[in-house]
Design a protein around this ligand. Sequence first.
Ligand SMILES: C[S@@+](CC[C@H](N)C(=O)[O-])C[C@H]1O[C@@H](n2cnc3c(N)ncnc32)[C@H](O)[C@@H]1O
Length: 199
Amino acid sequence: MSGAGAPDFFYREAQRLGYVARSAFKLLQMQNKYKLITAGSSVLDLGCAPGAWLQVACQNLGPLKNGGSVVGIDLKQRGFSVVLSDMCPLVSGITTTDAALSAELGMRALEVAVGRSALGHMSGDIQMDGQSKPSACAPDDEGVLRPGGHLVIKLLESEDTQEFRRICSPLFRKTSWLRPKATRSSSREIYFICQSLLS
Ligand SMILES: C[S@@+](CC[C@H](N)C(=O)[O-])C[C@H]1O[C@@H](n2cnc3c(N)ncnc32)[C@H](O)[C@@H]1O
């Protein structure tokens, strides 16, 4: 809509071409003039809602094989329905060290997904460095996973891995362990699957 409330040219064009907002034409003009986004670009769109710039950015990424990506964040986002963490530390070969680093990365993924406030005191048994240890709750301690959402965390198996189940069982409807068929037999990796975050 134009400022006066009547549909203007760009509003109608956006409708016709399937863009979610007329703002698409702002980025289209920049793109036509400066060619900012090219095949294989990796784009971070800050303040992306309702998503017209995301649409334009995606249209300019070129073929899938070029590996382009677009990530958008916005205050209006209602979170994510699935959070995947395949994070793995640089493996040193020292089993206990690698497992501890993996558990720490797993805790970070869990914290991003459900928020520090949901974890509260429960994560105390898994070692984290001083900065990331859960502290007093603040409004931004909320996680990014929506109620009902699912979480996957890769871990290197150790005695700590069962702690994840203890922490997550009260938070999710169902938790399971999976060792995928594609995992090498020499690897200690295991995936922790958490289904349906409780609200
Ligand atoms: C003009 S709109 C963006 C339109 C978008 N480029 C498109 O084409 O669909 C501005 C956006 O900035 C977001 N925003 C404002 N402050 C923000 C913040 N601190 N963090 C994330 N998003 C923010 C608002 O929620 C709003 O959706």
